[in-house]
Each structure stands twice: as structure tokens, then as C-alpha cells.
Design a protein around this ligand. Structure first.
Ligand code: BES
Ligand code: MN
Ligand code: ZN
Length: 497
């Protein structure tokens, strides 16, 4: 994707495939739109006047073959009421536009960008959301399908007309592309089947990023090295699998050497059968998405490097496949984590926390400023929050607030749950320092409590993305969440410096 800020003398004669006219439901035409309307002999005002186009939120209308303009087609985009518009609505309107453009099978899009922005939303931010959403709309899953006979046209160029060519707007475009491509990388990795996207496949992807960016380097620990580090909790998850477990460490040094890094940790279970505590068969295929936390780390690292953020970031992925076998971990087995705490594995299907606890202990060596982990950790999170918000648990109010704000600003929202002492008691067992499950109630919170015991020495937050990482029902597919949230959070950190 390429994106430009253009200020032609007459936007109506600008050459493109589709000219997009964003309109609020007050139906007032901004200056550039009035010029287009004039060339079209008032066709746009007529559609608005007679109610054929109400400009309600997310409504689109394609006017094909508009004569007299430089565009092949015109597209009206309804934004709804400006007065009550929140950031989330802007993002969903941008997503509606992106899907309508996708259906129009076009390459070069131009958007009239002299609209009034809603309160509290800078123009640069609104443009960035268009870029992110339209970049995401170009993603197609093709990896394991016979190629289509003829290539359909792909959106590859975006021009914003009549917006100032200033540094904030320019940054919005480059960042929007970086974030959109980061989201698309996370989606692709999530969508790949478990027989392709194995722990070693994830290492290969991380190494590829290391080769692509000067400031990014990748190291991978295999099972032998993890055994030397005594990561027996992580290793216990992969014992039943023929795929070797991996600990992947990506180091992005965009800041000064002396600056403490921000660490991202991802759950990378490339297939979660449940292990000996085998899952029921229905929808088990969806457990190929159990590495979406890891995919979001890769997506965010790629985006951060593309944006050249002036901070240090370390991405860590705990990758394993959870399978039943004669040598697999059994319910009742006790393992010793790298931190030295013993864990009774009461349910081998609560494996995410087993790989994450060793990764969380491992990252202490980086003396992190903050640590955020992402994991498709609990089905209970879907019960609590559905598919709209990721669960957020944290030992630090300031970090939690920064992530909640980043979620709102990026349209990739999270909601916080508590980690109170009372919940910790649910992890007690007579046979080890802690159990890996906390009983049927508050499953997302007790999973968070478990992780928090390995993250006591730094500011830490956990995002449970079980409900948000992929679309359930409708067309199945990874969503790329929470890459947008993470990018916003990292960009905020970079801007605050
Ligand atoms: N990966 C699953 C959680 C999950 C399930 C995410 C369904 C998205 C959709 C995780 O490893 C798991 O199996 N968790 C168990 C924990 C339980 C055994 C305490 C769960 O949620 O049932
Ligand atoms: Mn599981
Ligand atoms: Zn899992």
C-alpha cells in the first residue's frame, strides 16, 4: 500500500478509480465536495435532498461511471452525527468504507479530506484510521488454496485530497500502513493451519523480521537450552508433541542503549488439543488460533520497526504444541517452573499459563520498564466480555490505564478485571506451590492471578484475547487484534519521550 497527501487545484478532476466523499448526516458538503457536486450537476445534493443517501453511520453508496470527473466512480460514505461521534464509531465507519471499496474491485482510491473532524479527534488520527482499515481490507488468505484463475484488482494506492501536507498527516499515513500491515501479518500467521504454523515456523518468521530490519535481531532457544534454564513448566506442555518447543526473543533497539526496554510476551500454542485433558471435538480446529498472542507480538514488532519508533522493545514468544501422547504431561503431575515454584497440573488444557509463567520469569533479565503479555488464555473471558473487548489484568494502575486508553484510541478496546487477594486463594493445592486451575468461577481472573505470581518484579499487564483474536461465526479468520492496541500503546510511549 502507498498513501499520499495531494492538493490538486480541482479535486473533481483528480484521476483515480474511486473518489470517496465522507459526509455527516447534517448533509453539509465541505468545499471539495461542493466542487465535485457542481461538476456532477448537483447529483450528490439531490441524493442527499431526496433521502436516497441519508449519510447514516457506516452507510455507503457507489455511483458508478461518474462522467466529467477524473474519477471512474464516486463513493459516498456516511459518518452519522458529528456531535455524538466517538473514536470507535470513526473506526467502524472506516471499516465499512474499506469493505465497500473492497467489493468495488478497484486499485486507486482518493478520499476528500477537508471534512470537519469530530470533537477531540485530530484530522491526522482520522486519516490514520482510514489507512489502517483500508490496508486491512487488502488482506486475502491464499496460502493453502489453489490460486484463483485471474487476479482481481487490489487496492494499492490511497490519496487524501485537500488535507494539509504537514508532518502530523504524513506520519499518520506511514504509521497507518505500518499498523495495517502488522495486523495483516498477525492475521496470516493466525490463519495458517497447525501443520504449517508450528513453533519452528514461528521462529523462522521471527528470524525473517530480524533480517529485514537493521534495528531488530532475533534469538531462538530450543528445548535443550530451555532445559538448561530449567523452564520445566514451559517444556511440560510440549512433551506430547513431535514439534519442538521454542522460546523466541526479538530485540528491537530504536532507543538509546541506556533506555530500559518495553517487553511484549505472546502465547504461541500452535495447536491446543487440550493434551490428556482432551478438548471436545466440536470447533477443535479453532485451536490453531491459540498462537494469536504470539502473532500479535510479531505483528507489533514488525509495525514498530517499520515506524522506526525511538524506543527499545523486546518481543518474546513462548511456542509449543499441546498434544496427548504416552509421554504427555498428565493431570496431577507436578512440574517446577524456572522461578522455582512448583505447579500441580490439574488440567493439561490450562497450558497457556504454563508456557507464559516461564517466559515471564525469563524476561526479568531484561530489567524491563513494562511487560505486557497477550494470550488466548481462557474461554471464560468470552463468557465475561464476549467478542468486543479483550480482558485486561495488571499489577500497575498507570500501565493498565495506558493500555485502556490505547485501546480506545485505536478502536481495539480492552476492559479491566481485578486481581484481588481473594481470588488467589483459588489456586491453592495440597501438593504444590500452586495449581494451574482455580476452579469453575472467575476463570479469567484466576488465570491472571497465576501469571501475576511470576511477574511480581516489574510493571506488568496481561491481555486475554480469547474472545477477540479471531472471528467466530460468520467467515472464520484471525482478526489481528490486539496489534492496533499495542501499536498505539508503543507509539504513545515513543511520543511521551
Ligand atoms: N486456548 C484455550 C482457551 C480458549 C478456549 C480460547 C476457547 C478461545 C476459545 C486455553 O488453553 C484453555 O483451554 N483454557 C481452559 C482453561 C481451563 C481448563 C481452566 C478453558 O478456558 O476452558
Ligand atoms: Mn488449553
Ligand atoms: Zn490454549
Amino acid at each position: 500500500m502507498r498513501a499520499y497527501l495531494k492538493n490538486p487545484d480541482n479535486p473533481a478532476s483528480f484521476n483515480c478509480d474511486v473518489l470517496v466523499v465522507p459526509l455527516y448526516s447534517d448533509k453539509k458538503l465541505p468545499r471539495a465536495a461542493r466542487e465535485v457536486d457542481k461538476v456532477l450537476k448537483k447529483q450528490v445534493s439531490q441524493l442527499l435532498g431526496n433521502g436516497d443517501f441519508g449519510a447514516s453511520h457506516g452507510e455507503t453508496m457507489l455511483l458508478p461511471g461518474v462522467l466529467g470527473t477524473g474519477a471512474k466512480h464516486l463513493m459516498l460514505l456516511g459518518l452519522g452525527e458529528r456531535e455524538n461521534m466517538q473514536r470507535q464509531q470513526w473506526v467502524t465507519a472506516a471499516a465499512a468504507l474499506a469493505s465497500a471499496l473492497n467489493a468495488a474491485k478497484v486499485k486507486h482510491i482518493a478520499i476528500l479530506s477537508d471534512f470537519k473532524t469530530p470533537k477531540g479527534m485530530p484530522l491526522a488520527w482520522t486519516l490514520q484510521q482510514f489507512v489502517v482499515q483500508i490496508t486491512c481490507a487488502t488482506y486475502r488468505y491464499t496460502a493453502t488454496k489453489t490460486p484463483a484463475k485471474k487476479d482481481l484488482p487490489q487496492i494499492n494506492k490511497l490519496s487524501f485530497l485537500a488535507a494539509a501536507n504537514n508532518s502530523a498527516n504524513k506520519k499518520a499515513l506511514t504509521h497507518g500502513i505500518a499498523i495495517g500491515e502488522g495486523i495483516n501479518l498477525a492475521r496470516e500467521l493466525g490463519n495458517l493451519p497447525g501443520n504449517i504454523c508450528t513453533p519452528k515456523y514461528l521462529s523462522a518468521q521471527a528470524r525473517k523480521l530480524g533480517r529485514r530490519f537493521d534495528k531488530l535481531s532475533t534469538r531462538v532457544l530450543g528445548e535443550k537450552q530451555m532445559r538448561e534454564l530449567e523452564m520445566h513448566s514451559l517444556l511440560s506442555v510440549g512433551t506430547g508433541s513431535v514439534q519442538e518447543s521454542q522460546l523466541i526473543i526479538m530485540n528491537y533497539h530504536g532507543g538509546k542503549k541506556s533506555q530500559k526496554p518495553h517487553v511484549l510476551v505472546g502465547k504461541g500454542i500452535t495447536f491446543d488439543s487440550g493434551g490428556i485433558s482432551l478438548k471436545p471435538g466440536s470447533k477443535m480446529d479453532e485451536m490453531k488460533f491459540d498462537m494469536c498472542g504470539a502473532a500479535s507480538v510479531l505483528g507489533a514488532m514488525q509495525a514498530a520497526a517499520s515506524m522506526s519508533l525511538p524506543i527499545n522493545i523486546i518481543g518474546v514468544i513462548a511456542a509449543a504444541e499441546n498434544m496427548p501422547a504416552g509421554n504427555a504431561t498428565k493431570p496431577g503431575d507436578v512440574v517446577t517452573s524456572m522461578a522455582g515454584k512448583t505447579i500441580e497440573v490439574l488440567n493439561t488444557d490450562a497450558e497457556g499459563r504454563l508456557v507464559l509463567c516461564d517466559a515471564l520469569h525469563y524476561v526479568k533479565r531484561f530489567k524491563p520498564e513494562t511487560v505486557v503479555d497477550m494470550a488466548t488464555l481462557t474461554g471464560a473471558c468470552i463468557v465475561a466480555l464476549g467478542h468486543h473487548a479483550s480482558g485486561l489484568l495488571s499489577n500497575d494502575d498507570e500501565l493498565a490505564d495506558a493500555l485502556l486508553k490505547a485501546g480506545i484510541d485505536s478502536g481495539d478496546r480492552a476492559w479491566r478485571l481485578p486481581l484481588w487477594e481473594e481470588y488467589h486463594k483459588q489456586l491453592k493445592t495440597p501438593f504444590a506451590d500452586l495449581a494451574n486451575i482455580g476452579g469453575p468461577s472467575a476463570g479469567t481472573i484466576t488465570a491472571g492471578c497465576f501469571l501475576s505470581q511470576f511477574a511480581e518484579d516489574y510493571r506488568w499487564a496481561h491481555l486475554d484475547i480469547a474472545g477477540t483474536a479471531w472471528n467466530q461465526g460468520g467467515p472464520k479468520g484471525a482478526s489481528g487484534r490486539p496489534v492496533a492496541l499495542l501499536c498505539q500503546y508503543l507509539d504513545d510511549l515513543a511520543s511521551a519521550k
